[in-house]
Design a protein around this ligand. Structure first.
Ligand SMILES: Cc1cc2nc3c(=O)[nH]c(=O)nc-3n(C[C@H](O)[C@H](O)[C@H](O)COP(=O)(O)OP(=O)(O)OC[C@H]3O[C@@H](n4cnc5c(N)ncnc54)[C@H](O)[C@@H]3O)c2cc1C
Ligand code: FES
Ligand code: FES
Length: 503
């Protein structure tokens, strides 16, 4: 691997060309499976960013990525550098803890951490400072109250063993009282334009990279062509699942096609019948649509991993990964979502319940990719999504239930009961659905549905829960559905929360 600071525009496609703390950097011969953290701490010698878990859980490695926006500014978001491919820095502005101060003057995120005694051993501190930096940036550009939920969301992906979270939370609240010190690079008004221009330029260059490299197509046509040439190459979107294969299982990832910048996979399109969501749309970008149109799905995102993961992870990656404990597949099953699969042999539309075949086996052919996910619109449909996990933040489900139905003349219609964590694949339970279909939502109908559920499901036991726990929990979630249909509206029309931790 070699590194240069340069203004040279002619580069080989395997070179990573980006800005680091305001300075253009070009790194040649970077292997496809090099993480952003390895690039920073190795060839670039930026050891301020720490490695804790190497699995996206602890947040010690948090850095900020600034990407050009339509209004000409840079939009910063946090990522876990340990599981972000180094090649995803292409054409972006990467900011690390080394890039925040202005000479000896600390950035408000750093000064507040010092003032609030929010650091002890300090191992987690650079990651926390970077999460606070992005919170500060977001507040500067889009001011909004620092609610409890907002702070939890900004800091939920950063673990600290020694300090306790109170002083860290205090630091977040006190950033605004610190001297308004900007990083030195923020003085340069041409930086956003330079990053945007580099981004356009490098994306053009990387399209033709050869096998064994990290290839970043920008168009659907280019992605189809690459899949024709290299059907066995692994696809990578946010890398929040895939990268664990290299950091945890030490498997090589030596031939990668990155779908995250394919324009057609990054669109959200509204149609009269629903929404096509491009497979590479991240959760952070999807959240406004879900909040507005599928609030129960939108609330699930608050329980989905951490901000760092939601900033990179995609709906397409969650579906393609086909984990039995993935959070979105049961919701998509309950919504009767459809998938658009694509590849060099053409496209095909498939109901999502035909996609999951067996444990981590899907209907996707070797040369295909998921292009989009269709979320059908229905005014009358109601949706509940409940996730059970050991920890509220940043934890995988033991059981996830997604229930959809509509009430017509007091009886339940189009009942869809879908679960994650209850079998080798995410699945619906047809006999339990049939027990409720056309019935009033009363105790007798639900008792029959719960009996059917027990007959239909035989979950496994693992560290997240025993088979019996899962069966009882799934059955109790059906009971919760019955109770919530009887719910007592509060003064403001909100449903009474049955459990403070259940969204
Ligand atoms: C700390 C942590 C917490 C997490 N918490 C949760 C959680 O709470 N709930 C949950 O459900 N998941 C969780 N995950 C898993 C992960 O974040 C999600 O599954 C995410 O949606 C994966 O998306 P991605 O874009 O990162 O996929 P990637 O990692 O890029 O890809 C995942 C798989 O999908 C394939 N793929 C990607 N895009 C396509 C495409 N367009 N077509 C075909 N194949 C494709 C890849 O080849 C790979 O096999 C967590 C992960 C981590 C590291
Ligand atoms: S090192 Fe723990 S999240 Fe990256
Ligand atoms: S200060 Fe030690 S882990 Fe946070």
């Amino acid at each position: 691997m070699s590194v240069a600071s340069s203004n040279n525009n002619v580069a080989d496609p395997a070179m990573i060309d980006f800005y680091l703390n305001g300075k253009r950097r070009q790194c040649a011969d970077i292997p496809p499976d090099c993480s952003m953290l390895e690039l920073l701490r190795g060839p670039l010698g930026h050891t301020g960013t720490k490695e804790g878990c190497a699995s996206g859980d602890c947040g010690a490695c948090t850095v900020a990525i600034g990407e050009p926006t339509a209004d000409g500014s840079l939009n910063y978001h946090t990522v876990n550098a340990c599981i972000t491919p180094a090649h995803q820095a292409q054409g972006a502005h990467l900011v690390t803890v080394e890039g925040l101060s202005r000479g000896d003057a600390l950035h408000p995120a750093q000064a507040a951490m010092v003032e609030c005694h929010a650091s002890q051993c300090g191992f987690c501190t650079p990651g926390i400072v970077m999460s606070l930096f992005v919170l500060h940036e977001t507040q500067r550009t889009r001011p909004a109250p620092f609610t409890q939920q907002r702070l939890e969301s900004a800091l939920g992906g950063n673990l600290c063993r020694c300090t306790g979270y109170r002083p860290i939370r205090d630091a977040a609240l006190q950033m605004a009282d610190q001297p308004d010190t900007h990083p030195t690079w923020a003085d340069d008004p041409s930086l956003p334009g330079a990053v945007a221009s580099l981004c356009r330029d490098v994306m053009g260059r990387t399209e033709g990279a050869s096998p064994g490299h990290y290839t970043i197509p920008r168009s659907l046509e280019a992605l189809r062509e690459l899949k024709r040439e290299r059907p066995e190459a692994r696809l990578v979107a946010g890398a929040t699942d895939l990268w664990l294969e290299t950091t945890q299982q030490l498997k090589p990832l030596d031939d990668l096609i990155d779908v995250s910048r394919v324009e057609e996979l990054n669109r959200v399109e509204a149609h009269p019948e629903g929404w096509w969501v491009g497979a590479a749309v991240t959760y952070s970008r999807l959240a406004p649509l879900l909040d507005a149109e599928f609030p129960a799905f939108g609330r699930l995102l608050h329980r989905f991993a951490s901000m760092q993961i939601r900033n990179r992870g995609t709906l397409g990656g969650n579906v393609a990964n086909a984990s039995p404990i993935g959070d979105c597949p049961p919701v998509l099953l309950a919504l009767d979502a459809r998938l658009l699969l694509d590849g060099p042999d053409g496209e095909r539309d498939m109901p999502i319940d035909a996609f999951f075949l067996d444990y981590k086996q899907t209907a996707l052919k070797a040369n295909e990719f998921i292009r989009g996910i269709f979320l059908p619109r229905s005014e009358a449909r109601q949706l509940k999504v409940w996730k059970l996990s050991k920890r509220r933040e940043d934890d995988i489900s033991a059981v996830l239930a997604a229930f959809a139905w509509r009430l017509e003349d007091g009886v339940m219609r189009d009942v869809r009961l879908a679960f994650g964590g209850m079998a080798a694949i995410p699945l619906r339970v047809p006999a339990a659905e049939a027990a409720l279909e056309g019935q009033k939502p009363d105790e007798a109908a639900f008792a029959e549905a719960k009996r059917a559920l027990r007959r239909e499901l035989s979950p496994m036991s693992d560290v997240r829960g025993s088979a019996e726990y899962r069966l009882v929990a799934a059955s109790n979630l059906l009971e919760r559905l019955r109770l919530s249909l009887d719910m007592i509206p509060t003064d403001n029309g909100m449903e009474v929360m049955l459990d403070a931790y259940a969204h």
